[in-house]
Design a protein around this ligand. Structure first.
Ligand SMILES: NC(=O)c1ccc[n+]([C@@H]2O[C@H](COP(=O)([O-])OP(=O)(O)OC[C@H]3O[C@@H](n4cnc5c(N)ncnc54)[C@H](O)[C@@H]3O)[C@@H](O)[C@H]2O)c1
Length: 326
């Protein structure tokens, strides 16, 4: 039996879906997840020649959605004029299992990752923050900045990247998009010592942020380390921070805190809880202006599912996308 599905392109997502909506959906998904009703299997990631293949799936009863994101990472892709991460998301009716939609997943990944960083800023940063620093002028760094300026007003924005060309194109693009200056810095300490909020979005395996640069009262949203071999903050920093995660088990295995935990620099008890618990008020977030708060965001399938569900509803309502029969 043939049935129709809605195919939604990246172009349509970019032109029709707002950053604010992705922030609202991710915030809602994190809070709902704490009720314990979601079905969230572990991410499936396996090595293939030249990169990785991945599947992230979840079912969210509160949002009436079942979604699966299939992704590919290939390090050589930029040389072939392709993004290094490519993905697509399938949405299903949770009740019947009927496929509903197929959409680009790459832009959604950027939106939901930037949104998670921003939701953490909203709930954990001091209320009087003035300065924002973005480490990593790549795809996620772009989304993180666009989302962060939705939740706080920053007077100064700085960005650092070790690859000068990436820095140059980021500054030109984001200054134009935001209609305000984004200042490139030559050294990471020029950014860290001057930022009230820092969002890390690099793929480094060698920590960039050094302990002596970090000021009391800073908030860090750490988004780059999503595998055990990646780490953006030097050992010694984590023990100074009040730590929150998107998913505790996952951050312990894959996140920014995984190596410090393994090496005994911090204990699991040093992780206060999840961002979802902070949002729904079941645990305290920041408790003083001097506290350094760290959000370790490793990426959850519920973020993709929540954002994709909203895009599907909008497409059905505003009549974009192409219906096709399977
Ligand atoms: N947490 C999540 O949910 C999530 C989601 C998607 C991607 N990621 C991760 O985020 C990271 C960035 O992804 P992306 O798609 O933006 O990659 P990207 O290649 O577009 O950007 C990464 C940038 O980091 C810069 N960089 C690398 N090492 C650096 C260093 N030592 N100092 C300064 N800059 C450095 C690179 O020059 C590049 O511009 C990756 O590790 C990726 O796996 C996390």
């Amino acid at each position: 039996m043939a049935y129709p599905i809605l195919i939604i392109s990246q172009k349509e997502i970019i032109s029709r879906f707002s950053i604010q909506e992705s922030i609202d959906m991710v915030e809602q998904a994190f809070a709902n997840h704490e009720k314990g009703n979601d079905i969230l299997p572990r991410k499936l990631i396996f090595q293939v020649p030249g990169g990785i293949s991945a599947c992230m799936a979840s079912m969210l009863p509160d949002l009436d959605v079942l979604a699966m994101k299939l992704g590919q990472g290939r390090e050589e892709n930029p040389k072939r004029n392709l993004p290094n991460i490519l993905s697509q998301i399938s949405l299903f009716d949770p009740d019947t299992g009927k496929p509903l939609a197929l959409m680009d997943g790459s832009w959604v990944t950027g939106l939901r990752t930037g949104a998670a960083a921003a939701v953490a800023v909203k709930h954990l940063a001091r209320t009087d923050v003035r300065t924002l620093g973005i480490l990593g002028a790549g795809f996620q760094g772009r989304h993180a900045l666009r989302a962060a300026v939705q939740v706080r007003s920053f007077e100064e924005i700085r960005v650092y990247d070790s690859f000068p060309k990436a820095l140059e194109s980021y500054v030109a693009e984001l200054s134009k998009d935001l209609g305000r200056p984004v200042e490139p810095v030559r050294l990471p300490q020029d950014l860290v010592t001057k930022s009230d909020v820092i969002i890390t979005c690099t793929n480094t395996t060698v920590p960039i942020v050094q302990n002596e640069w970090l000021r009391p009262g800073t908030h860090l949203s750490c988004m780059g380390a999503d595998q055990a071999w990646k780490q953006e903050l030097a050992n010694g920093i984590h023990a100074r921070c009040t730590i929150f995660g998107d998913h505790i088990e996952q951050i312990c295995h894959l996140g920014e805190v995984s190596e410090p935990l393994e090496k005994g620099h911090i204990d699991r008890d040093d992780i206060r809880g999840t961002l979802g618990q902070v949002i729904n008020g079941s645990i305290e977030g920041r408790t003083s202006d001097d506290e350094i708060t760290l959000f370790d965001g490793t990426g959850m399938a519920i973020q993709d599912a929540a954002v994709a569900r909203r895009i599907y509803d909008l497409a059905a309502q505003e009549k974009f996308g192409i219906w096709a029969e399977l």
